[in-house]
Design a protein around this ligand. Structure first.
Ligand code: PGA
Length: 255
């Protein structure tokens, strides 16, 4: 973390969990656990149907609500899809883009991710862009090639003044939901190289201002070590964000 230049962000990714009623109960239990003053940004990315309840339940607290996906176009005949404008109008502040589960199960491509990033920025949403390598890629020493390709594609046509609105999340596929975490050193190294890529595409000042998170089995036991890395500016947390106690402990560590 380096609070002097950029925000520390602890973001929960609820995935396909929690009903609106459960969202309300979570908020009631979680809000008193948030220590004040909150020096890091707390975000919870909830399923679409929970957004309205989440925004109402967290009103007046320091928690921002995010979505987990969006469509790249503003409107039209795309049954079942949700646009950036709809999310923004509801009060959503962040949106996860290109999560590996979407890349894997819904054929999300790097071109699609880039179009979504541009649409999110256009609608005042902060995209949380997920990048990460598979176990096979890591074993074949292709990690940096994969990350570089994903980062460069995501940033295509993004103007310099908007880059700092983007949050990157380094999520090695082999660490998601597996209980296997990248070592702090592995996470720090990849997050550092993402920053170096941004520096080479834009400039040092811009790269310094971008928050880069680690995600993949982060919990209250391993968070401190991961967050101690200078280029790890927070976490994108799946499983542990579903439990108010665990999630608030990670936030405390990030403070
Ligand atoms: P996990 O999920 O913390 O349950 O591994 C992280 C993510 O997929 O964003």
């Amino acid at each position: 973390m380096n609070r002097r230049y950029r925000k520390t962000i602890i973001a929960g990714n609820w995935k396909m969990n929690m009903t609106p009623s459960q969202t309300k109960s979570f908020a009631e239990e979680f809000k008193p656990l948030l220590v004040k003053p909150c020096t890091c940004e707390v975000v919870i990315c909830v399923p679409f149907v929970d957004i309205y309840t989440a925004i109402r339940s967290f009103r007046g607290s320091r928690v921002s609500i995010g979505a987990q996906n969006m469509h790249e176009l503003p409107s039209g005949a795309y049954t079942g899809e949700i646009s950036a404008d709809m999310l923004s109008d509801l009060g959503v502040k962040y949106v996860i883009i290109g999560h590996s589960e979407r890349r894997q199960y819904y054929a999300e491509t790097d071109i699609g991710v880039n179009l979504k990033v541009l649409a999110a920025l256009e609608n005042n949403l902060r995209p949380i862009v997920c990048v990460g390598e598979s176990l096979e890629q890591r074993e074949r020493e292709l990690t940096m090639d994969q990350i570089s390709y994903q980062v460069r594609s995501a940033l295509y046509n993004v103007p310099m003044e908007k880059v700092r609105r983007i949050v990157f999340a380094y999520e090695p596929l082999w660490a998601i939901g597996t209980g296997k975490t990248a070592t702090a050193q592995q996470a720090g190294q990849v997050c550092g190289s993402i920053r170096a890529m941004i520096r080479s595409l834009y400039d040092a000042k811009t790269a310094r201002a971008v928050s880069i998170l680690y995600g993949g089995s982060m919990n209250e036991k391993n968070a401190a070590e991961l967050l101690a890395q200078p280029d790890v500016d927070g976490g994108l947390i799946g499983g542990a964000s579903l439990k108010p106690e665990s999630f608030s402990k990670i936030i405390k560590l990030a403070q």
